[in-house]
Design a protein around this ligand. Structure first.
Ligand SMILES: O=C(O)c1cc(=O)[nH]c(=O)n1[C@@H]1O[C@H](COP(=O)(O)O)[C@@H](O)[C@H]1O
Length: 230
């Protein structure tokens, strides 16, 4: 596991809000409780890429969660274009062609994270999508392929983190959504874990959206999550 220097960096706040004004209001309310923000395609399509550049300019870290998946040439050139924005992380889906192309296009310190199996999937969902393997086995297979290809980190649920760590070794990042403080609503997430259990399982970063975006006091929730992972 690679250690981040600031414990707040372990928490990545998902800015899953409709637009830049709402994102900026949330960032203001979080204050110094958060340092690392995830911009998904909902916000990216609504001015979020310019927001990403502004956040980076004032010293924050940004995870661009664009979940790219396409033919190799389109991925390589797309990742090359994203590399100029100053983000720390970019997601692609963990398909071998896609991952190889993303590694070719990566530049300017951008790290590529491969999304193994979405945390809203359980074994029945994977079967419905045509996969013969249970989720844990599919995550393990994709983690091994990602490491072989030279991907910087994996997105998986914290439930698979210890197994993924054994496969990918200490130097690749493990980033886990599907995080719920004790008592929080799971919503559509099916593979969930608390921040403390995730940390003990060896993750580098957790991604948290609704437990923070929907909180009466987002700053207090963010601080509690960071403290739980200390
Ligand atoms: O790539 C991601 O960030 C991601 C992968 C995954 O497997 N599951 C997952 O929930 N995410 C993202 O992580 C965030 C989780 O949000 P909450 O469920 O509201 O905490 C959302 O922005 C999702 O798009």
């Amino acid at each position: 596991m690679s250690e981040t220097t600031d414990p707040r960096d372990r928490l990545i706040v998902a800015l899953d809000v409709p637009g830049v004004a709402e994102a900026e209001a949330l960032i203001d309310r979080l204050g110094d409780a958060a340092t690392f923000y995830k911009i998904g395609y909902r916000l990216a399509y609504a001015g979020g890429l310019a927001l990403a550049e502004r956040l980076v300019a004032v010293g924050n870290k940004v995870f661009l969660d664009l979940k790219l998946h396409d033919i190799g040439n389109t991925i390589e050139e797309g990742v090359r274009a994203v590399s100029g924005l100053g983000a720390t992380f970019l997601t692609v889906h963990a398909y071998p062609q896609t991952m190889r192309a993303a590694v070719k296009g990566r530049g300017h310190g951008l790290k590529i994270l491969a999304v193994t199996v979405l945390t809203s999937y359980d074994d029945a969902d994977a079967a419905e999508a045509g996969y013969a393997l249970p989720v844990a086995d599919l995550v393990a297979k994709r983690a091994a392929q990602a490491a072989e290809i030279g991907i910087d980190g994996l997105v998986c649920s914290a439930a698979e983190a210890a197994g993924v760590r054994r496969i990918v070794g200490p130097d690749r990042l493990i980033v886990t959504p599907g995080i719920r403080p004790a008592g929080a609503e799971a919503g559509d997430q099916k593979r969930v874990m608390t921040p403390g259990d995730a940390r003990r399982a060896g993750i580098d970063h957790v991604v948290v959206g609704r437990p923070i975006t929907g909180a009466a006091d987002p700053r207090a929730v963010a601080r509690a999550i960071v403290a739980e992972m200390a």
